[in-house]
Design a protein around this ligand. Structure first.
Ligand code: ZN
Ligand code: ZN
Length: 140
């Protein structure tokens, strides 16, 4: 399917051809920090169908294995956009949060489950409000 997305400020946008079965959740500690969220959801797409508009920045993450990954983000608003190989990339791993069609992209797999937040399975039971009403302010 054709997907598109943009960062929060709109300086960077993209389109891609995505296979909806290539959607994944990663619970690793790096993804938690780099995404600013309890886990990261991504869709891997071939680089051939990926079109980028704008000038993003990248941060090179070096894994314990020595593997290098470019973590690409908007230099204006900081939105994480995708990760790719720093040299000769063949695919782009797009962050689902900035994809317009994310509601249709249900994850097919989860990895690094051993570092997943222990409360994730209970999220269904947490009181939910359709909008901001019901938010509990910090106690004084
Ligand atoms: Zn931006
Ligand atoms: Zn990860």
């Amino acid at each position: 399917m054709q997907i598109d997305g943009a960062c929060h400020c709109g300086a960077i946008s993209f389109t891609a051809e995505a296979d909806p079965s290539r959607v994944m959740v990663c619970h690793c500690a790096d993804c938690q920090v780099l995404s600013g969220a309890p886990f990261r959801a991504v869709v891997a797409v071939p680089i051939e169908g990926f079109r980028l508009r704008g000038q993003p920045k990248s941060y090179i993450k070096v894994a314990q294995s020595g593997n290098r990954r470019a973590q690409v983000f908007c230099p204006e608003c900081g939105t994480p956009l995708y990760a790719t190989a720093p040299e000769n990339p063949t695919s782009v791993v797009i962050r689902l949060g900035c994809v317009t069609q994310k509601a249709q992209l249900k994850p097919a797999a989860q990895i690094w489950a051993h570092s997943a937040m222990p409360w994730l399975p209970q999220l269904q039971e947490v009181p939910a409000s359709p909008e901001q009403q019901g938010y509990l302010p910090p106690k004084a």
